[in-house]
Write a protein that binds this ligand. Structure first.
Ligand SMILES: [Zn+2]
Length: 347
């Protein structure tokens, strides 16, 4: 059991989140609202029913829920609603800075124009800043299963909208098995040339080879998940040397059965080895957890103290794509606030 002091410390210490999917973060209440907006019939009629529906038991069922949530996103106003929701949620959890993935392939398949998506994101981002004081940036994810040509197209569209919608970089998600990262090398080469930041989901469903593939072929700067790197000491050594951040989502990994429990999860071993690990929620309502829950679970399982929590939260600022100057001032503010909170809460 976490002490009330440590729980309060986790709630109040500033942290960033860098691994959360816009489409996977639609809360049941918003899903009902969006469905009503478009007259879409859902297999449930209230929040309680939605929560039950979100209790998936297989990956296929998870994908079905995800597709249903996506089907309610049609216009810029919808994307604005879910972006603003994420800002309110960040504010509640003590997250002043969030980098969020969106995957256009899910919307392109439903013939939703790119402009609707990024237009909504731009409007939601403004609300985030003005109403909640939350800074949000976006990462355009390439669905691994699309063609390399469509991957390039995603980078081109992301680049054209980078200023308008706060798109800071590109990522890679979806089915890892059978779709190696290197298929999208041309897209990543272009992104690098254009000065877009580069991340990729790897080392979740496939072992360390997938992380090597993303690091070497795509020259990524941060790994999303990357937890199975633990199975290769040479890879761990490289991640430590380069201080390549891993955006780790422990509760998501347990829900999707990558690991049977937090106790069996390598998060602590990676930290102990010196890897720059930070904690995230992935798809919060689908995994029934937020960022705070991930901190609680890891802190409780490994009996972390306030200094270890401070390290994790500090890592979350070190791992952002802020400019070096912005990052230095963010870290300075973080250190002051963390020390002040520690003195206030633990006396
Ligand atoms: Zn993810």
């Amino acid at each position: 059991m976490l002490s009330p002091e440590l729980t309060t410390f986790i709630q109040r210490i500033p942290k960033t989140e860098l691994h959360c999917h816009l489409e996977g973060a639609i809360q049941p209440k918003t899903l009902l609202e969006l469905a009503a907006r478009h007259g879409i019939a859902l297999p449930f009629s209230d929040e309680e029913g939605a929560r039950k529906f979100y209790e998936f038991t297989s990956l296929n069922q998870f994908l079905e829920i995800f597709a249903l949530a996506c089907s309610t996103l049609r216009t810029a106003a919808d994307f604005e609603t879910i972006t603003a929701d994420l800002a309110a949620d960040a504010h509640r959890q003590g997250i002043p800075y969030r980098e969020v993935f969106f995957t256009y392939a899910y919307h392109q398949r439903r013939s939703i124009p790119w402009e609707e998506v990024v237009g909504g994101i731009a409007a939601g981002r403004k609300i985030a800043r003005e109403k909640f004081g939350v800074e949000m940036w976006f990462i355009a994810d390439i669905d691994r299963t699309i063609s390399p040509q469509d991957g390039i197209r995603t980078v081109e569209m992301a680049n054209a909208s980078r200023d308008a919608a706060g798109i800071i970089g590109i990522g890679l998600d979806s089915q890892e098995i059978g779709y190696p990262a290197r298929r999208h090398k041309p897209a990543y080469d272009l992104a690098k040339q254009l000065g877009l930041r580069r991340v990729a989901h790897a080392g979740e469903d496939v072992g360390p080879g997938s992380v090597w593939d993303a690091l070497m072929a795509l020259d990524i700067e941060r790994v999303d998940h990357g937890v199975r790197s633990i199975d290769d000491p040479e890879l761990v050594k490289l991640l430590v040397e380069r201080q390549t951040p891993l955006t780790v989502c422990p509760l998501s990994n347990v829900e999707l059965k990558v690991y049977p429990s937090i106790a069996a999860h390598p998060v602590k071993r990676l930290l102990d080895a010196g890897v720059l690990v930070m904690l995230n929620s992935d798809d919060p309502p689908m995994f029934h957890c937020d960022v705070l829950d991930n901190y609680y679970a890891v802190a409780d399982t490994y009996q972390l103290d306030a200094d270890a929590i401070t390290q994790l939260a500090r890592n979350s600022f070190k791992a952002t794509f802020q400019s070096e100057t912005e990052k230095a001032s963010s870290l300075q503010r973080f250190d002051t606030e963390a020390a002040r909170l520690k003195a206030e809460i633990f006396h």
